[in-house]
Design a binder for this molecule. Structure first.
Ligand code: ATP
Length: 123
């Protein structure tokens, strides 16, 4: 939590610290983010190997950021849902399904972008 006594800059730096802590926690604990991080690393290596264009890099980096950030929001929604209602409830199921659906939609877009970039280079 930011402190009113601290300067604007110190509060911003603290916020970046909390955000970094959250991202690191995700990477250490969430299997889906670990898989996405591995895929992101693999396509980054592929990007250098195939010398993809600047525009292709822009799309690739944007898709990696989109999928991983939506996955983080999805995980956060799962934590909130489990915290406010740990027992089985149809509404909690719906909330989690919709959040997972957001990751699915972003992932489909990322797969299409990857296919457009790499299919012609591989086949
Ligand atoms: N409390 C609940 N009530 C009803 N349905 C639930 C509940 N918890 C989970 N579900 C159902 O199970 C699915 C998976 O939930 P879970 O929280 O295990 O997500 P996950 O994607 O498997 O999480 P993880 O990040 O651990 O892989 C949900 O999308 C939902 O359909």
């Amino acid at each position: 939590m930011s402190n009113k006594k601290d300067s604007f800059l110190v509060n911003r730096l603290k916020s970046i610290g909390w955000a970094f802590k959250g991202a690191w926690f995700l990477l250490r604990t969430e299997a889906s983010i670990q898989i996405q991080f591995s895929i992101a690393t693999a396509v980054t290596i592929a990007g250098f190997y195939f010398e993809i264009s600047k525009t292709e890099w822009l799309f690739q980096v944007a898709m990696i950021g989109l999928v991983m950030s939506i996955e983080a929001v999805n995980t956060s929604i799962e934590y909130i849902a489990d915290f406010i209602h740990p027992e089985f409830h149809a509404n909690i199921g719906r909330i989690k399904d919709v959040a997972a659906g957001a990751v699915f939609i972003a992932s489909i877009a990322a797969v299409i972008v990857a296919a457009i970039i790499y299919y012609p280079r591989l086949f």
